[in-house]
Design a protein. Sequence first.
Lengths: 777, 185
Amino acid sequence: MNDEAPTLPAADDGLRMLAMRLFEQALDRPSGERRPFIEAETRANAALNAAALALLDAHAASNGFLEPLPETTREIGAYRLIEPIGSGGMGRVWLAERRDGAYQQRVAIKVLASLIGDADSMRRAEAERQFLAWLDHPNIARVLDGGSTPQGQPYVVMEYVEGARIDVWCRAHQLDPAARVRLFLQVLEAIDAAHRALIIHRDIKPANVLVTADGNVKLLDFGIAKTLDGRIGGMTGTGIAPMTPEYASPEQLAAQPLTTASDIYALGLLLYELLCGASARPHGSTSASERARQAALQLPTRPSQRIDSDALQIAQAKAREWRRHISGDLDRIVLMALAPEPARRYESAHAFALDLRNWLEHRPVRARIGGGAYRLRKFVQRNLLATTAATAACVALAIGLGVAAVQAQRAAAAGERALHANRFLTNMIASADPYYGGKPPSLVDALDRAVTTIPQELAGQPLLEADIRHAIGRAYLTLERNDAARIQLDRAVELRAADGGTDYARMLDSQALLEWQIGHYENAQRLLRLALTHCGDDARGRQQRAEVLNDLSVLRNSLGAFDDALALARQAQALKNSLPDTPPRERALAYGNVASALDGLKRFDEANVAYQQALHILEGMQPPPELDLSIMLNNIAYLQDETGHVEQAIAAQERAIALRRKVMGPDYPRLVVPLSNLARQYAHVGRHDEANATMRDALRLAPRAYAENDQMLGHLYAVAATVALARGDKPEARAQALRAIAVYDRAEAVEPGRREKALKILHQATAAMVDAAPTSQ
Amino acid sequence: MDNVSDITVLLRRLGAGEARAESELLPLVYEQLRELAARHLRGERSGHTLTPTALVHEAYLRMSTDASLAPQDRRQFFAIAARRMRQVLVDHARHRDAAKRGGPQREAVTLSALSEDGESPLDALALEQALSRLEAMDARKVRVVELRYFAGLEMSDIAQVLGISRATAQRDWEVARAFLFEALA
C-alpha cells in the first residue's frame, strides 16, 4: 500500500497464517498451557515454531497496545479526584475537590469511563449538564460543571450529596406510612420541576433518591441514564431500553417512546416499595419482553397486601397496623400511578402529589373517583411536511453551524468559547426532546429552545451570534417556519450589517430565499442584488458571488426574464470555472441554469446541449446525486416536451419522480411540479387515466407546497385545467381554470402569458360546454 | 453541504437494510473526516495531539444532528468511519512525509493515538502495512482493529457491528493486536 516505507522482511504469509491459527488455538487454553501446546504442535517445523511463539510473546507484551489511554489521571478540570464513590454501567463516580483550594467544596464527578467511543453519550452528558444548569431545585443535585477529559471522556461535576438511599433512610428513621408519603412528596416536587423544564428522568429508583441528614431529598442522575439506554439494554429498537428493568414502565419495557408518564410510573413503583418493602414487580430472570407483557396486562397486587415486615424491619403487629393504614385510598393512589396505560396515570407529578395530600389530610382522593378525570396527552399533530422537512432542516442547521465553527476559528480570540457555544447548539438539537423517540417535532422544539438561550450563550459575540442565528434561520426556512426564520435572519443581518463583507452577503442571500419562499419576488431580487455588492474579492467572496448570481438567475428565470437569467447564469458559471476547486455538482448546476434560461428563450438546441452536459456530469458522480439528477431530468423532460418529444419527456419525468420519492418520501410537497408536468405529458399522448391519477396526486400535495397567492399554484391549476380539457371533462377544466385565474389575480408577480393561457382554457372549456348544452341558451 | 445531507439520507437507508448505501457512504464519510482532520491540523495549537477517535466523534457530532438515528445506525456510522479514519491517517502520514522532504517541517501537530509521555508516536504507515497483511489473512480481525483503534468502540459494540459474539471479538482483538505488535516491533 505504500512504496516509501522500508519493506518488511519477506514473510511467508502461508506460514504466518498457520502460526496465527495455532496461536489462536493456544489462546483457548489456560495461559500456562499455551507455550507447551505450541511446542508440541510445531515439533516438526522450526519456522512455524518460531513464528507462533513470537505471536505468543507479542500477545503478552501487547497488553494496552493500541488501546485508548488508561485512566491514569487523578485530576479532571479544576478538580482533584479523591476516591471512587460509585460505579456501574454509567461509568465511575468520584468524590473530588477543587484543585486550587479556592474554596472548600466537595463535588461528585461522574466520568463516563466506559463510554469512550460513544459520541452520543458525550453529547448527552453535555446536554444534561446544560439542562440541569437551568434546573435549580433544592431537591435535585445541582450540576456545577462539565466537559471532556483530554482523552475525550465526558464528565459531569455535580453537587456532592452526603445522604442515604431513600428506602434505607426510611428504615433507619422508622418512618410510618404517612411520614414516608410526606418524604415522597419531595421527590414528586423535584420530578415535577424537571417535567416542567421538559426533562424526564427515566431512571427513578431508590438508588437515585438520596436523603440528607436533615431530611432533604436529593434526586441524582438526570439524563445520563438515558445516554446509556441503547448501549446496555440490548433493546436497540428505539434506543430507550431501560437502564434498570425493575423500575421501568411498560412502555419503557416495550421500547416505546418515553414521556413524563413513564416517570410517573417509576414514581409509583418507588412509592409502592417504600410503603410495603416489596417490589411491585417480581424481580427475577424473566426476559424484558415477558415483564413488559405482564406489566402491560395487569396491575400489581395492592401494596397493603404485600407488606414485608422483614424488609421494613417492623414487628408483625406493626405490619397489621400498616396494612390497615395503607389499604383503601393509598392503595388506589399507588395503583393509579401504576396503570399500564400511560393515559390512565396521574397526568403530572403535581397531580400525584395533590392526591397524596388529599390522603394525608383525609380528603377524598381522585384515584377513588376514578377514570373520567384523567386527561389524554395530546401529541403534536405532525404533518408530512414536517416529517420530510425535518431531515433537511437538520442538514441546513449542520451546515450553518459548520460555517459558524469556521467563523469562530477565524476569530481566534473568541474561538474557544464560540466553539463551545456552537457545540452546545448541536447538542441541543440532538437531545432537547424530552420525549425522545418522538422524532421530527423535536427539531422544531429544539430550535425554539435554542433560540431562547442564544442571548446568554453568545453575549458579547455579535458576529458569532449572527452566524448561529443565520444557521437557525436557514433551518427554519427549510421547515417553512417562515415567521420564525424571519426573526432569526433579520437579527443576523442586523448584526452583520456594520461589518458588511461576504458573510453579510451570505445572510442577505438567505433573507432573499425567505422572501422568495413567501412569494415576495421583488424583495428577494432587491436583497440578492444588494448581496452582490457585498461579496468580497477573495476566493470565498467570489464563491459567494457565484451563489448569489446563481440564485438571482433562477429567480429571474422563474419570473420569465430569461435574457437576464441567461446572463446571470453565465456570469455564475464563469466565476465558478475561475475558482480552483469547484466541485462537479456545482459545475453541473451551472450548466443546468444556463440550459434552463436558454430553454426559456426557446433556444432549444443549445439548451439541450447544456442539459446533457449537466446530466453527464451528475451521472458520473459517485454516489449518484439523486436529488440533483431528479431536478435535471425534470427540466430535460420539460424541454423534450416543448420540442415535441413527449414520449422521451415522459420517460425522463418518470425517472425524475421516482428518484425524488426515493430520497424525500412519497408525499414530498415539492413533487407537485414534476407530477403536474407528467400529468400534462400523459394527457398529451392520450394516456388520460394516468394523467388524471397523476394530476390528483399533484393537487393533493399542492396545499402543502404553495401559499394561496403563489403564482406556482396558479400554474398548477392551469395544468389541471388542461389535463381535464384533454380528456373532455369540461366542467372540471372550467373550474380549474377559474381557480388558476383567481390565484394569478392575487399573486404579486406572474410570468407573462400565464394568465392569458388560463383564460384561453377557460374560454375553450366554456365554449365547449355551451356547444355541448344547446338547451342552456 | 450535500455531503451532509447525503450522509443523513444514506444512514437511514442503511438502517433500513439497504446494503448499497454503505458503499455510497464511504467516500462521503472519508471526505468529512479528511476535512475535519485538515481543519484541526491547521487550527490547533502546537504540540496538541489529536486522537483518531476524537476525530471520528467529531465527525459523528457534525453529521448526526438528527436525533432520530437509531442506535444500529449509529454503530453503522462508526463502523464506516473507522475504515475511513484508517485511510485518513495513512493519507495524512504520507502527506506529512512528503512535506518533510520538501523542506522545514511545517506541522506542529501529531495525529496519532499513541502519544504517551516519552513514547514515539505510532508509525501510521507501518501500521497500515501490517494491517494490509493481516487483512489478506483474516479480514475480520482488521475490522475489529478498525473499530477498536480507529473508532474507539467498546468490544460489545464491535461484536454487534460485526455480528459476532463478544468473546470472539475480544479474541480477534487480542490476536490482531499481538500480530500488529510483532509486526511493528
